[in-house]
Design a protein around this ligand. Structure first.
Ligand code: URA
Length: 434
């Protein structure tokens, strides 16, 4: 088999066989196919697409390019959750203890993430001492002991995807549905869960700006997951404004704790309950949506979800006392407010811009090497649809650098739009595939 022939086939709009796709992925991962040939293939796929079978085979080949985690030593149905990401997305921090408290084992691999804030692991490092370095035996033991563990992604998890994603990033071939779906799902399949619940975001702060694209991506990923024999479900949710009120690592941890204390933002709680319902059903701990939702709410009301978070933080070396005294989480030394220039209603918050404010304050990473400041970020006071009076606070920004704080304030001012007349709130949950 020659890569040249495969490129020509795809260029001529023909489909690739399972064997051809496996040859291409195995030889590329091993370094026998050069980047320039793979770039040509990615561009051919970008223009001519892949059918469902090719997309599934590409996903499987990438998943099998490295370690396939065998979680069979963990009792019960293991359910993983994945979000396509967005601004203020701290969902895993509250959702995983809620679900674990319902008896669904949570064995999750998470990342650190480039972008506006850190990934789940960075956020959890707001608890001094918290660590995700453990081997898979320790990981499985902890899930069997307390029902929840989060470890960092091993470097051998879908290495083909790592190499291909870096190539796509510099050859303008990221935004193709089959390539995105196979990239995400290869890592999820390799992580070994029995069931996968996907949170696909749509709106100005999401990867998929258009709702129809988010639905198409969700459908494609569900098709792949089911094709690979995993119970796969998806929720399509709004990311046209930040999720909840907090953006920034420790601020988001505090908001997740508030939610487990029954004092969280309505939209964030709703998302946790919707995703949690799918996870509890996939984990076969409830028979109906109503029962699953009730169970999740009960775990908040009786404090067991909060205690599960504390138990999890402690098991991974973190200071769990902060779960009960969240005011001691890292907090920046300076703060500034952004106030409304006139009376009216918040009509739009440019989500990406709000995220960039967090990045400017030091809350995110621009490169893999950048250090993250866990203490900085934004706390919104008003969201889309809210009425405001001139001079009222729209958001408070927290920083440790005066110049960065002033720059972020100016950007947030421009990102938060006010109109005269009332504005309808968009619904958070746009759809589900269950
Ligand atoms: N996230 C991924 O992991 N892969 C993509 O291709 C896009 C987003």
């Amino acid at each position: 088999m020659r890569m040249y022939d495969l490129i020509m086939k795809k260029r001529n709009r023909m489909s690739l066989s399972r064997e051809e796709i496996r040859f291409m992925i195995q030889h590329y991962t091993a370094g026998f196919i050069p980047d320039y040939q793979m770039s040509a293939m990615m561009m051919a796929i970008y223009f001519n697409g892949m059918n469902d079978e090719e997309t599934l085979q590409l996903t499987m080949a990438m998943a099998e390019s490295g370690d396939l985690l065998d979680l069979s030593a963990i009792d019960g149905i293991k359910v993983d959750k994945h979000s396509t990401g967005g601004v203020g997305d701290k969902t895993s921090l509250a959702l995983t203890p809620m679900v674990a408290a319902c008896g669904v084992p949570v064995a999750k691999m998470s990342g650190r993430g480039l972008g506006h804030t850190g990934g789940t692991i960075d956020k959890l490092e707001s608890f001094p001492g918290f660590s995700v370095s453990m081997d898979t035996n320790q990981f499985m033991r902890q899930v069997n002991d307390i029902g929840i563990a989060i470890m960092g992604q091993t470097k051998d998890l879908a290495p083909a995807d790592k190499k291909l994603y870096a190539l796509r990033d510099v050859t303008a071939t990221v935004d193709n549905m089959s390539l995105i779906a196979s990239s995400i799902m290869s890592k999820k399949l390799a992580s070994g869960a029995d069931a996968i619940v996907l949170d696909v975001k749509t709106g100005s702060g999401a990867f998929m700006k258009e709702e129809k694209d988010a639905f198409a991506l969700a459908e494609e990923m569900v098709r792949i997951g089911r094709g690979a024999g995993r119970d796969t479900r998806a929720v399509i949710s709004d990311m046209d404004e930040p999720l909840g009120y907090a953006i920034g690592n420790a601020l988001e941890v505090k908001e997740a704790i508030d939610t487990l204390n029954g004092k969280g933002p309505e939209d964030f709680l709703e998302l946790c309950l919707t995703l949690g319902t799918s996870m509890v059903l996939a984990g076969k701990k409830a028979e109906s949506e109503e029962e699953a939702r009730e169970m999740l709410l009960e775990k908040i009301e009786n404090g067991s979800a909060l205690r599960k978070l504390a138990q999890f933080v402690k098991a991974q070396g973190g200071d769990e006392s902060l779960v009960f005294e969240s005011e001691r989480l890292p907090r920046a030394s300076m703060e500034k407010t952004v106030t409304a220039a006139r009376d009216g209603f918040v009509s739009h918050i440019d989500c990406d811009e709000a995220g960039i404010c967090s990045l400017i304050l030091g809350g995110g990473r621009e490169t893999k090497e950048s250090a993250i400041d866990l203490s900085v970020g934004l706390l919104l006071s008003k969201k889309v649809g809210d009425m405001v009076k001139q001079g009222e606070t729209l958001a408070t920004l927290y920083g440790n650098d005066a110049a960065a704080l002033s720059e972020a304030v100016e950007r947030y001012k421009a990102a938060c739009h006010i109109t005269e007349g009332p504005v309808e709130k968009r619904s958070l949950i746009r759809g589900m595939i269950c």
